[in-house]
Each structure stands twice: as structure tokens, then as C-alpha cells.
Design a protein around this ligand. Structure first.
Ligand code: PSV
Ligand code: MN
Length: 387
């Protein structure tokens, strides 16, 4: 049995949630480009997400964003998704597109605005109850642009109060995950800038609250795999938002900027028990496809994660431990790099073939005619975007 055959069954456990917003138009503050065939409705976004799963077998759920994905009947939406072979996943709240939130949402000094933001999260929990979603993901735009603009200590206290009120509504089978981001849209300070702040806030809430780690939300040079190790050690790594960054919150295809970093992250996930049937860590993409086609962009993304997961599973951990304990620095590094440099693409193609999936999902998608069909069908209406 080859080493790949030994680890192959562990790849069956892989599930990567795709974000509904990846299928809509996105851009920068300079320009949002439209593209033919872009979904106009939530249902069309879900159909595209189901297509990614159909070709890869890797993306069995799609995350929703409220209010972007509001429908009259979430039960019906759930059935629609299930008929297409996928489930509805994480519900993302949105407190960054309302004028009331200009100076903050869950941290605002005005109790009316804080309550409005809390109520929005309670609406999101209602949605989760109808969709069967497990996770409420909170990412806050709250922060300040200028020193002295706000009382950063008071904002932390109000955040804790607001989160506690929301958390009280989280069901027994549900979780709250709090995402951190060190800047943008606020530039001087954000109220949840780092894993430590997120950890402190969720630890105060209780067992159903966790940290969400978005790989694009760190300063350049940050050792993200160390954060992974630390959060797993603390039992508080709830979920990932995967993407790549070169400079800021670039939201590029995961694994495109630095596949080695993705490998190191997946290694620590596996090392810390965050991967496989025994783990509750959720793996999600949080990406935008501004200039490339969206469905192929998502297919490439989930395949990149699978590829680096396979390589990370290939690390000979027994040999690694021996080298580490013997203080053999170079051998330990060599064992690690051996796995990273292993080309698993042919093995993965065979793995897919054995499971009735196309060996080359990207080629199969491009040859399927789905894109051309949707371009022809989706005329008129308004293409989906960040609204
Ligand atoms: C904004 O930075 C952001 O990309 C966060 O990462 C959220 O997860 C995402 O938007 C969706 O709200
Ligand atoms: Mn994110």
C-alpha cells in the first residue's frame, strides 16, 4: 500500500463550505465588474454552489449572508438546496451596510442602535432555526479611525454585553463564531482585531461560542499556523474563512498566494485534532472573484484545500517526532518538506475516479456546458452583489 493509499480514506471526511456571495458580483471600491451568467437570486447562487459540489464532492454546504440572501420562506429554500444535493450552512450577519452603524453596531454608544444590531442577530438565529444551520458567524466592522474618537475600553464592554444577549438566544445545537480582523473598514482600531480579543470575548460567553479564523485578516508575516495550534489547544477554534492575501483583505483564491502556508495551516489543524469525523471545526471559503470566473474560482479553491490537506496528511509524523526529540533540526525540517513537495495530483485524480467524481473537476466543469447554459438563461433582472 502506498503512503497515499494509507491516507486516502481520511480525505473522505473533507467538507468545505462555500459562501453564497462568491457567486455574486464583487469588486473593490474602484469598480464592481459584472459578468454574464451571474446569479440574480439566492436560488441561482445555491444552484451554482451545488454545481461546485457536483464536480468536486467537496462542498456539501453553502453559507448565507443576511440580508443579502433573505427569502420569504427559508424552509422552502432549504428544501430547494437539498434537492440540488447540498445543505444550507453558516449564517453570516451584516452590520456594516446601514447608516445607523457608521460609528459602530454592537459597540455603539446609543442603546437604540446596539439593540438594532442585536435584533438583527436574533433575526439571523431565526433564519438558522428554519435552515437547520449550526453556526452564526459574526464579523464586525466596528472600530474607529482616529485616536480619541471612541472609548476603546467602553466599546469592549458594550461588545461583551451585546454578544451575551445574542448568545442567550443560541440554541443547544447551535454555535456563535466571532471573526477577527485587524483593520478595515476601521483604520485606527477595530473592536475585534485579533484572535486574542475574539478568544476573550467568546470564552466569556460559554461552550457554544468559538473563534473564526479568516486567513486574510492578519498583518503580513503573521504565523497563522501558530494561532491554529493555540486555538485548538484551547478548544476554541470554531471555523475557518479561507482565502489568500498578498497585501490586505484581498479575498483571493485560497492557496494561490502561498500554498506552503496553507499546507502548514492544514498540518497544524490535523496535528491538533481539528480535522476528521471527531472534530467540529468548520472549513469555509470567504472569497470574492472579481476578475476570474466565479464557479471555476470556487472549484480551484476547494481543490487547493484538498491538495494541501492530502500533503499535510502525508507528513510522516512518527519520523518527525523522532527527529524533533533528537534535536535533529535539519532532518525534522526535511521530513516536513518531503510531504509538502509531494505531488498528489495524480493520486487525487484516482481518488476521485474511485468515488464516481470527475478526475479533473475543472476540465469536467468547463466541458459540461453549465456556464454557457447559465449565460443564456440568466438574462434580465439584477445580478447579485453586495446588497
Ligand atoms: C469582510 O472583511 C468580510 O470579508 C469578513 O471576512 C466576513 O467574513 C465577510 O466579509 C462576510 O461578511
Ligand atoms: Mn471572513
Amino acid at each position: 500500500m502506498t503512503r497515499f493509499e494509507q491516507i486516502a480514506p481520511m480525505l473522505d471526511a473533507q467538507a468545505i463550505e462555500v459562501p453564497s456571495w462568491a457567486y455574486g458580483n464583487s469588486g473593490t471600491r474602484f469598480k464592481v465588474f459584472g459578468s454574464p451568467g451571474t446569479p440574480r437570486t439566492v436560488e441561482e447562487k445555491i444552484a451554482d454552489a451545488a454545481t461546485v459540489h457536483r464536480f468536486t464532492g467537496l462542498a456539501p454546504t453553502v453559507a448565507l449572508h443576511i440580508p443579502w440572501d433573505v427569502v420569504d420562506d427559508f424552509g422552502a429554500l432549504r428544501r430547494y438546496a437539498e434537492d440540488l444535493g447540498i445543505g444550507l450552512g453558516t449564517v453570516n450577519s451584516n452590520t456594516f451596510q446601514d447608516d445607523d452603524y457608521k460609528l459602530g453596531a454592537l459597540t455603539h454608544t446609543d442603546p437604540r442602535i446596539r439593540q438594532k444590531a442585536i435584533d438583527h442577530h436574533i433575526t439571523c438565529i431565526d433564519v438558522m432555526n428554519q435552515t437547520g444551520s449550526r453556526d452564526l458567524k459574526i464579523w464586525l466592522a466596528d472600530g474607529t479611525n482616529y485616536p480619541g474618537q471612541g472609548d476603546i475600553r467602553g466599546r469592549q464592554d458594550r461588545l461583551a454585553d451585546s454578544l451575551a444577549t445574542i448568545y442567550a438566544r443560541i440554541g443547544d445545537e447551535q454555535r456563535l463564531v466571532l471573526e477577527y480582523k485587524f483593520f478595515e473598514p476601521a483604520f485606527y482600531h477595530t473592536d475585534v482585531p485579533d484572535w486574542g480579543t475574539s478568544y476573550v470575548q467568546v470564552a466569556a460567553l460559554g461552550d457554544k461560542a468559538f473563534v473564526c479564523l479568516d486567513t486574510g485578516h492578519h498583518a503580513p508575516g503573521t504565523n497563522i499556523e501558530f494561532i491554529v495550534a493555540q486555538l485548538l489547544r484551547l478548544g476554541k477554534l470554531g471555523s475557518f474563512d479561507f482565502n489568500s492575501r498578498f497585501y490586505a483583505d484581498d479575498d483571493l483564491i485560497v492557496g494561490s498566494a502561498d500554498p506552503y502556508q496553507l499546507f502548514r495551516i492544514m498540518y497544524e489543524v490535523i496535528r491538533g485534532g481539528g480535522y476528521g469525523p471527531g472534530s467540529d471545526v468548520a472549513f469555509m471559503l470567504d472569497q470574492c472573484h472579481n476578475v476570474e470566473q466565479k464557479i471555476p474560482g470556487q472549484i480551484r479553491s476547494v481543490l487547493n484545500i484538498q491538495e494541501m490537506t492530502a500533503r499535510a496528511l502525508l507528513v510522516d509524523s512518527a519520523a518527525l517526532v523522532v527527529a524533533q526529540e533528537e534535536g535533529d533540526v535539519l532532518l525534522a525540517n526535511e521530513v516536513f518538506m518531503d510531504a509538502f513537495y509531494t505531488d498528489v495530483r495524480r493520486d487525487l485524480a484516482a481518488w476521485r475516479y474511485q468515488r464516481g467524481l470527475p478526475p479533473d473537476p475543472m476540465r469536467a466543469y468547463l466541458d459540461s456546458g453549465y456556464q454557457e447554459l447559465k449565460v443564456a438563461e440568466r438574462t434580465g433582472g439584477t445580478q447579485a452583489g453586495w446588497s
